[in-house]
Design a protein around this ligand. Structure first.
Ligand SMILES: [Mg+2]
Ligand SMILES: [Zn+2]
Length: 179
């Protein structure tokens, strides 16, 4: 059985600057992300990035910018011998390119990843800092994890302030899962 940690990018892997990130110098890793990923990989989770990149639809940057930023992102993780199994991004935005099925809360990126890697959604987690990330995860039957300041409006299976809290959750639960 394959499990995955599905990771939103901005606000989970790198610090969300409150605006679009496409330049390498603006890409700062979130505290605890490397340790969390290291633990998850050791427990057999696949690491799959699921990110909305509506800045492409807005014309702020292009596919090449996203791909080179993701190459840089991978280089930061490979130093710790961590690699992503896949990175999915949605380049659309409803106001510019019309509706699509991939932009979160749409679930198509998750569905593609689940099919491609034969993942069991109930044994997997979707981590996000926005409700739309969690809604996409919920739709496909993943456990949903909110990371951020505690917010009563957020609906998630788990809510943690820090990525290190999620890491602790994995450590405590390891061995309890039945496959
Ligand atoms: Mg985010
Ligand atoms: Zn899309």
């Amino acid at each position: 059985m394959n499990r995955a940690l599905f990771l939103d990018r901005d606000g989970i892997i790198n610090i969300d600057r409150g605006t679009y990130t496409w330049r390498q110098e603006d890409f700062i890793l979130m505290p605890g992300i490397l340790d969390l990923c290291e633990t998850a990989v050791a427990q057999g989770y696949r690491l799959i990035v699921i990110t909305n990149q509506g800045g492409i639809a807005r014309g702020l940057y292009g596919h090449k910018d996203v791909e080179s930023l993701h190459h840089y992102m991978a280089s930061l993780f490979i130093k710790k011998s961590i690699s992503f199994d896949a990175i999915y991004y949605c380049p659309h935005h409803q106001d510019f390119t019309g509706r699509c099925f991939c932009r979160k809360p749409g679930s198509m990126m998750l569905e593609r990843a689940i099919a491609r890697f034969g993942i069991s959604a109930p044994h997997s987690y979707m981590l996000g800092d926005r409700q739309r990330d969690l809604d996409a995860g919920k739709y496909v039957g993943c456990q949903t994890v909110y990371i951020g300041e505690i917010d009563k409006e957020i609906k998630a299976d788990f809510a943690f302030r820090e990525l290190s809290d999620m890491r602790q959750h994995l450590v405590k639960g390891f061995g309890k899962l039945t496959s």
